[in-house]
Design a binder for this molecule. Structure first.
Ligand SMILES: Cc1cc2nc3c(=O)[nH]c(=O)nc-3n(C[C@H](O)[C@H](O)[C@H](O)COP(=O)(O)OP(=O)(O)OC[C@H]3O[C@@H](n4cnc5c(N)ncnc54)[C@H](O)[C@@H]3O)c2cc1C
Length: 454
């Protein structure tokens, strides 16, 4: 089969990949970029992203919140970049034509993410991610990358599931996270950590794999929208979580806790036997101002109206579900990994958010680190000679679906925000009985990391 040739190969065409591709094009270096994507990017689901736009807010205060949420497990250098580059990224998107919602006074209309000391989530209706994906659209090959090639320790290309070989001077991994390994999760089965596996097989390091964010309120009922993450910012706007006796989980006076604590509280309530018939907690919207909600979240409003036309009767049954993975490929401030020629960005990387991520910060991360990865890879490729691909023609054996199902059951049973050391050990022991496919090893590594911090 013919070998394809490019200067920079991008794995993943979500917003991290597309921003990196845009940055390479902007560098005006004449470098060629090829994007490969397996489908199902989480970026389309981004409602909004964080930026310190409030007059009393600042990048320093934003950084403080990121580090607080991270519980000592984020890399302060990466967290600082996230905080400091938020406003330039917002203005860049505006220059591209993305119009963010404004108040009647002309200020940005912001949503107050839990764990944030200022309202920071800027948005364009509830389809910010989808619109940004369109603005940054790029020609994409719809095929999975299954192996990276190195020559004398230096990245030199990759190979697709169909056996196509691609020669490249630099590779950027932007293949998203691995929450799709759980059975109960909020998004695509495509997001099962391929980027992390490719990186570690090529010799890069992974970090913080046990830091997994569980979205607190994911629907188990009504069945029509099971698996849908119902935004928690509405807890600031009148929505109430109740157990099966109607008792609120949060008292009206207390501040809404961060996502991690909220997920833990809901799980504790469920495990105490206080769940509703479908195994979740009630998320009651009856006191939410319907008109204000519709203005702020038009897409969600339309979706919810299809379920219940009158908000006074709107309630979901919810429980925490695996949502985004905060650990991943270890990078430095230039998005370099430990392997020359290999860069990474977006949810595939670890170390930015640490233990918990404030809502809106993943949507920001893809732009900030996508851009840095694009620039670094372009600078590297511009001064690097093409290396020959090694003579490897066999394809790695794919992880069978039956094994994915086993991994999903074990993770659901043994790895959530409340899992103790015994549960994690039980899960690891079970996974170790499975054939050592890369996704099995990834799940074990994530549980091992979680165990080492229990
Ligand atoms: C339902 C939902 C709602 C969310 N809402 C928000 C929000 O409002 N605000 C916020 O900040 N964050 C939000 N997030 C988190 C955010 O969407 C993600 O963290 C972010 O979009 C990740 O972007 P990415 O570009 O790194 O990866 P993705 O957008 O997930 O794209 C990764 C792409 O890589 C491809 N890929 C993977 N492996 C391979 C391979 N081997 N070969 C080729 N392609 C591959 C995948 O097919 C996928 O298309 C939400 C997440 C979900 C699931």
């Amino acid at each position: 089969m013919k070998t394809l040739e490019t200067d920079i190969l991008l794995v993943g065409a979500g917003l991290a990949g597309r921003t990196a591709a845009e940055e390479v094009r902007n560098a005006d270096s004449g470098l060629r970029v090829m994007l490969f994507d397996a489908g199902g990017a989480a970026s389309t689901e981004i409602m909004g992203f964080s930026a310190p736009v409030h007059p009393d807010d600042s990048p320093e205060l934003f950084l403080r919140d990121i580090l607080n949420a991270g519980g000592g497990r984020s890399d302060p250098r990466l967290a600082r970049l996230l905080a400091e580059r938020a406003l330039p990224e917002l203005h860049h998107l505006e220059a591209l034509g993305l119009r963010f919602d404004r108040t009647p006074e002309g200020a940005y209309d912001t949503v107050n993410a839990i764990g944030s000391s200022f309202p920071r989530v800027v948005h364009s209706g509830s389809s910010t991610g989808r619109q940004a994906m369109r603005l940054l659209s790029a020609e994409t090959e719809h095929e999975r990358i299954v192996r990276l090639f190195r020559k004398e320790g230096v990245l030199c290309g990759a190979c697709t599931s169909g056996g196509r070989r691609i020669s490249a001077k630099a590779v950027i991994l932007a293949g998203g996270g691995f929450a799709g390994l759980w059975k109960f999760h909020t998004w695509s089965r495509m997001l099962r950590g391929d980027s992390l596996i490719l990186a570690s097989e090529a010799g890069a390091e992974l970090t913080g794999l046990g830091c997994v964010q569980f979205e607190p309120a994911v629907t188990v009922h009504p069945e029509k929208i099971a698996g849908f993450p119902v935004i928690t910012t509405v807890l600031h706007e009148g929505a109430v979580l109740r157990n099966r006796f109607g008792r609120p989980l949060l008292s009206p006076e207390e501040p809404v806790p961060g996502k991690r604590e909220l997920a833990e509280r809901i799980l504790r309530e469920i495990r105490a036997g206080n769940a509703l018939p479908h195994g979740g907690i009630q998320y009651d919207f009856s006191s939410v101002d319907e008109a204000a909600f519709a203005r702020k979240y038009p897409d969600y409003s339309a979706k919810f109206h299809r379920i219940e036309p009158d908000f006074r009767h709107l309630a979901f049954e919810v429980k925490p579900g695996a949502h985004t993975t905060l650990g991943g490929i270890r990078i430095n401030e230039w998005c370099e990994t430990a392997v020359p020629g290999l860069f990474a960005s977006g949810e595939a990387v670890g170390g930015i958010h640490g233990l918990d991520r404030i809502g809106g910060n993943a949507g920001l991360e893809v732009f900030v680190f996508g851009r840095i990865a694009g620039r670094s890879a372009a600078e590297y490729a511009a001064k690097t000679k093409r290396l020959p691909l090694p003579d490897v023609s066999d394809l790695p054996e794919p992880t069978p679906e039956a094994i994915f199902r086993e991994i999903a059951s074990v993770l659901d049973a043994c790895f959530d925000p409340l899992s103790d050391a015994d549960m994690l050990r039980r899960g690891i022991a079970h996974l170790k009985t499975l054939p050592p496919f890369p996704h099995v090893r990834l799940a074990i590594a994530a549980m091992d990391d979680a165990l080492s911090h229990r």
